[in-house]
Design a protein around this ligand. Structure first.
Ligand code: GDP
Ligand code: IMO
Ligand code: MG
Length: 445
């Protein structure tokens, strides 16, 4: 039986999903994105060459595999074309091995303007003494595009780009409404030009036409032929619109719960879920972060881990590993095993801290996460302290060869979250990976 695998981030993003998807691509036939858009930045490093992927699945470096952008993704066609062209320039094959759902919704230029304008308005409101309600988005138009999808009448899907007349008709109405909305948000550009937008979108549609298809049938055909699927989560469980730290989240179901709706493949087809977890915690943008370290510890992690955003270049906020949060994400995502990433970054600490609980305002301690941005800041992390290690571990090839303190750190994490760590990453390169010799835990095994 073929093995279908999901890869999902267990924290606030940038856990190293791209690296693991690339690594596991060799064991699967189709690599499928189910959520998010160009807000994602997934890094793959092979033989010293770095690739940053935003919309295209991280399996694209293996030309014999098929990469799918599922219906749950919001696609910025201009960004996608840019990404395809920059990969081709580096001799990466992007031809019939890339399929794009005709039902994926389109991120329009006015979505990006709206995203940026709303963030501006919200953060300037904070300057007048109000609470800062800006989210610190990537300004990639994600929220407005998903809002249009749910709103229905004003959204355009990838398949619509292939029908110029339909597009022209819709855009005339949409542009008139959007111009008024942008004006209300203080964007002082001239009214949107429906004809020019139609021309540019229809041209992009012609370019992308060979890739646009009914990916739901493609995936079910693959399954019935015994081929295996690898689902690539973008963003991460704590940024999930329903289960994350709302409202400081993104606008899609980034947990594995988004896979069925975002691809048309039922969850019962997923055999294993690999939860991707940094050996510490990071977050970009606004929102509560109980284990954040604002002093030298955070600084040390940021510099050693090069913790600057792949998509926006913003410095990432850094702190200790929050196992309350991770355990919650493993529960939501049905994780069967863990990949512990960036362990090499932690070399050099005398002591390491693991957050195992939250102390609440009344002095009680809970091991339950609080997925609510208003209440989470009240939680004070309860730490367990473990010895650190000084040695660099970037050349480690097996778990037994790691310093004893690193082995103990991993074993304690496994104990607290109750799941095996089957993959340990000790550097960005595909080769800097330690895999467990035992078979990976699978659902129903
Ligand atoms: P993603 O969004 O989850 O795919 O992660 P990003 O690519 O945004 O961020 C992860 C960063 O860590 C990238 O720069 C990776 O190249 C890098 N990386 C991944 N694994 C490791 C590791 O084990 N050690 C180190 N030092 N860097 C890593
Ligand atoms: P990958 O796939 C880290 C964060 C943004 C912001 C919030 C909402 O690379 O792990 P959005 O632009 O989606 O409306 O922003 O979510 N965010 C991410 N943070 N990694 C990501 O993706 C993210 N995608 C969104 O910083 O706080
Ligand atoms: Mg990233």
């Amino acid at each position: 039986m073929s093995m279908n695998t999901a890869v999902v981030g267990l924290q606030w993003g940038d856990e190293g999903k791209g690296k693991i998807v690339d690594l596991l691509t060799s064991e699967h036939d189709f690599i499928v994105r189910y959520n998010g858009g160009a807000n994602a930045g997934h890094t793959v490093v092979v033989d010293g060459n770095t690739y940053a992927l935003h919309l295209i699945p991280s399996g694209i470096l293996s030309s014999e595999k098929t990469c799918v952008i599922g219906n749950g993704v919001v696609v910025d066609p201009a960004k996608l074309i840019e990404e395809i062209e920059s990969l081709r320039k580096r001799n990466v094959t992007v031809e019939s091995n890339l399929k794009i759902s005709s039902r994926a919704h389109v991120v329009m230029p006015y979505h990006k303007e709206h995203d940026a304008a709303l963030e501006r308005v919200l953060s300037s409101a904070a300057g007048k003494g109000d609470r800062n309600l800006s989210i610190g988005t990537t300004k990639r138009g994600i929220g407005p595009a998903y809002a249009d999808k749910v709103h229905r009448s004003l959204s355009i899907r990838m398949g619509d780009l292939l029908d110029r007349d339909y597009l022209a008709d819709r855009l005339e109405v949409i542009c008139a409404i959007r111009s008024r909305e942008l004006d209300a948000l203080g964007v002082s550009t001239p009214p949107l030009d429906a004809a020019a937008l139609t021309d540019s979108l229809a041209a992009m549609g012609r370019q992308l036409a060979p890739h646009i298809t009914d990916t739901v049938y493609e995936l079910h055909d693959a399954l019935s032929q015994g081929q295996s699927l690898l689902f690539e989560g973008a963003n991460a469980c704590l940024l999930d619109i329903d289960h994350g730290t709302f409202p400081y989240v993104t606008s899609s179901n980034c947990s594995t719960l988004g896979i069925p709706s975002g691809t048309g493949v039922p969850g019962t087809n997923i055999n294993q879920v690999i939860g991707i977890m940094k050996a510490y915690t990071t977050r970009v943008g606004e929102g509560p972060f109980p284990t954040e370290e604002l002093g030298t510890t955070g600084e040390y992690i940021r510099e050693r881990g090069h913790e600057y955003g792949t998509t926006t270049g913003r410095p990432r906020r850094c702190g200790w590993l929050d196992l309350v949060a991770v355990r919650y994400s493993t529960m939501i995502c049905g994780v069967t095993s863990i990949a512990c990433m960036l362990l090499d970054v932690l070399s050099g600490f005398d002591e390491l801290k693991l957050c195992t609980g939250y102390e609440l305002e009344d002095g009680s301690v809970t091991d339950r996460f609080i997925p609510d941005a208003h209440r989470l800041p009240m939680a004070k992390p309860v730490y367990e302290t473990l010895p650190g290690w000084q040695e660099e571990i970037v050349d480690a090839t097996d778990r037994d060869g790691l310093p004893a303190a690193a082995q103990a750190y991993l074993a304690r994490i496994e104990e607290i979250i109750g799941l095996p760590i089957d993959i340990i990453s000790v550097g960005p390169d595909r080769a800097q990976t330690v895999r467990s010799s035992r078979p990976t835990a699978a659902l129903g095994s």
